[in-house]
Structures are given as C-alpha cells and as structure tokens.
Ligand binder design. Structure first.
Ligand SMILES: [Zn+2]
Length: 434
C-alpha cells in the first residue's frame, strides 16, 4: 500500500512539471546499457544480463533540417552510465551513440575491437551502438533516456566483462595508464582459433569458435575474465608461468589427467601439474571469481560460484557412485571455488605419475587464492598476494614459485603471526602446501 501511494505521488509531481514546462526546451540525461550475451545460470552474485555502460564513450548527435546529423556532445558516460543533463528540443530527432571504450580514472581503458581487427595501431576502432530516437513533445524534464543494446554480440559480451574489470579496478589492481584490448580471432600469438592472453600486445584474444550460443553462456564470460587475469599477472607481477603444457600429468589415475577431453588435453582444472603453471592458471580463474562474486566481510564465509568451460568432476561426487557431470566435452560445470577440494591429495597421489613435491592442481590453487583473499580477519589483498609472488624467486625447471619459498617470503614480509597463519592455514586447507 505504501508503495502504491509513493508511486502515485511521484507520478503527479512529474506530470505537473512536465505541463508547466512543456513549451520550453528540456534537460535530459542519456543513459547506456550493454546487453550481455550471457544467459547466466545466475549462481554468482554479479550476473545481471544488462550492464550499466559506465565510463563508455558516447556521442550525442542531432538531426538537422537537411537530414544529416551534427554532433552536439561527446565524452564518457559517468559512473551511473549516463551523460550529464543536456538541454534538448522537442520533436527533434537525436542519435545517441555508445562506444565500447571503457575508461576509468588514471588513464585506464579497455577497447573492444570489431571482428578481425588484428593490428594494434592507430586504426583501433570502437564497436559502436547506435540509437535513433525522437525526443517526444511534453516529456518531463527529468526523464532519462535509457537505451539497451538489443543485439547480442560477442563484442557486447566482452564489453560487459571488461566493464566489470574496469569498474572494480581498485580491487583488481588494474594499473594506471594501462590500455588493454579485446580482439576477436587474432592473427598473432596462438592465432585465430585460440583464446588466450597476449601481454606483448596488451591484448586478450578471443576465438569466436569459443563462443557458446546455447542456453548457457556463463562459461564464455568466465573465459574472458580468465584471460584478463593472465594479463593482470603480467602487469602486476602475480603468478605467470607461460610454460603451458609442461609437465601436466597425462597418465593415471583418471581424475588427475585430461585424457577424457577431446581437445586441449595438456592441462585442465583437475590435472596434476607443475606448481607454477597451476598457480598461474588458478590466478586467472581467481580473477574471474573476483569479478563476478562479492568478497563479503572479513569474518563471514564468502561464496564463490563459477562456471568452467568444459566437463570436470564435481568435487563432492568423485569417488562416490556418481561422477558428475559425465565425461562429455559439451557439459559445463558449476564450480564452487570456495569449497576445498584438496584434489591432488585426495585423488592424485595413489596412482602413477608425479609425486606431491612441486606439483598441484589448478582447482586447489584457485580455492587457495579465493579463501586467502576473501575470508579471515587477516585476509590478503590482491596487491599483497602479487607482492608475495614478486618477492619470491622462481625455481628452475618450470616449477615456478615453490610453496616453501612463498612461505619464506610471507614470513619475512609480515611480522604479524596471524597474518602469516592465514597464508599457511588456507594453503593446508586447499592442499597446496607441497
Ligand atoms: Zn589460462
């Protein structure tokens, strides 16, 4: 009942203002939204299909009597995804144009490229969304023009993920004066058929072969976020072992290799691999987790819901009568990265393959990063974690940063016993203390 009354009062106020000003030019705010590609499962905290186009580039144009458009204003949308108020005339045709260059203070910007734009040069283009509209006679002066990109493309999807990264630049340590590019079907690095991060190009490359147009697009979202995570490691100094395919376990037992997959068998979420590579992949998944889940308060548990892009064992079910999901490359996996799987300890040490020293799994390290960052009064910031990795020597033979060396760094960096305990306690819980 209260809601009804408030609505009725608001309506009357707006109507009266509109009437008294109907003959005058009005001031209108224009707001943009990105409609993401993703049809989410909705488990993670941040899963809205419409993303406020905050900090996106915009242009406002007016149609002249000759039929052409002249530009009235341009700039970047504010933190609310809207322009300032601009005076605007009735019965006039306007074009509101939102670009995908996402900008944040300190010169941080992410460009989303049109298809097949490969070169990093002055020809960087924006992906533009055009909205033609007529400003109607008599609309109230505070009326906001809300526009939704109705077409769903991989550019809008990438822009939506990029928006998460740039809007949370502080939490995610996105560096100042950094310009990052999202390119589809790259003709450099691993090539058009692959999805990867290319630090030397300041780029995330997305193969459109890896788009998923079915009912669930969550995995695509997390894959883009994952590649951003690798870039952040290269910018900030987090775990970044580029020796992909080095010493992943390729023999039994089953849950610790990737043989079940039809492609990319050299590394997967649950395969036992060399520690450095597992840390690097886990760090990238951790970025995706941070983008789409809330950290919560220090002393309460923070859920972490993600989607992995292909089949994996559900950690609670492996070893029981049901392995879920089945060995099916088309399946996606709901992944609770806050739950301790201790995958290597539980399933990988009994069979042939490598030992525990300097080996781990990506799923275990992802769990570690999430929990050491999200929970506990002595939880770590992303900045502190990257500092720990920066200050730890890289062991040879592709091992990366050894666990024992990381602990030594923590001990020298943090005099507080409980701060140090946070690191080792979470490591033991995740089973990465090897
Ligand atoms: Zn990766």
């Amino acid at each position: 009942m209260n809601n009804l009354r408030i609505f009725a009062i608001s309506f009357i106020v707006l109507l009266s203002v509109a009437m008294s000003n109907s003959a005058l030019a009005h001031s209108v705010k224009w707001c943009g939204f990105f409609r993401s590609e993703f049809v989410d499962r909705g488990n993670e905290d941040v899963h809205a299909a419409y993303y406020n186009a905050r900090y996106a580039r915009f242009k406002l144009l007016k149609k002249t009597s000759s039929g052409s458009y002249t530009q009235l204003h341009s700039g970047y949308l504010g933190s609310d995804g809207c322009t300032p108020y601009y005076p605007i005339e009735t019965n006039t045709n306007y074009k509101f144009k939102v670009g995908s260059k996402l900008k944040q203070t300190g010169g941080r910007a992410i460009y989303v490229q049109p298809d097949n734009t490969h070169s990093k040069s002055n020809s960087w283009q924006y992906v533009n969304y055009y909205y033609n509209t007529t400003y109607f006679y008599g609309a109230p002066p505070t009326w906001k023009q809300n526009f939704f990109a109705s077409f769903r493309t991989h550019q809008t999807s990438a822009a939506a993920v990029a928006r998460q990264l740039i809007a949370n630049y502080n939490k995610l340590e996105y560096p100042a004066n950094q310009k990052t590019h999202v390119i589809f079907n790259c003709n450099f690095g691993l090539g058009a058929d692959n999805t990867f991060a290319s630090p030397s190009h300041d780029a995330v490359c997305i193969s459109t072969n890896h788009e998923y147009h079915g009912l669930d697009h969550s995995r695509y979202k997390f894959c883009i976020a994952h590649e951003f995570g690798h870039l952040m490691s290269s910018y900030n100094g987090g775990p970044l072992n580029t020796s992909y395919g080095i010493k992943w376990q390729t023999n039994s037992p089953d849950p610790c290799n990737c043989e079940r997959h039809s492609t990319y068998k050299t590394g997967c979420l649950q395969s036992r691999g060399v520690t450095g590579k597992c840390q690097s992949e886990a760090w990238a998944w951790f970025y995706g987790a941070m983008m789409f889940n809330y950290r919560g308060s220090a002393n309460s548990h923070s859920d972490c819901d993600m989607t992995y892009w292909r089949a994996a064992y559900q950690t609670d079910y492996y070893g029981s009568t049901t392995d879920w999901p089945p060995w099916d490359n088309s399946s996606v996996v709901d992944w609770k990265c806050d739950a301790n799987p201790r995958w290597m300890e539980r399933y990988c040490l009994s069979g042939n393959g490598y030992g525990s020293s300097d080996y781990s799994t990506t799923i275990d390290w992802t769990n570690f990063f999430w929990n050491v960052w999200s929970n506990g009064s002595q939880r770590y910031t992303v900045d502190q974690l990257t500092d720990i990795w920066d200050n730890t020597p890289v062991a040879n033979n592709h091992i990366g940063e050894r666990y024992s060396d990381l602990v030594s760094t923590v001990n020298s960096m943090f005099p507080n016993y409980w701060k140090r305990y946070q690191f080792t306690h979470k490591a033991v819980a995740a089973g990465v203390n090897h």
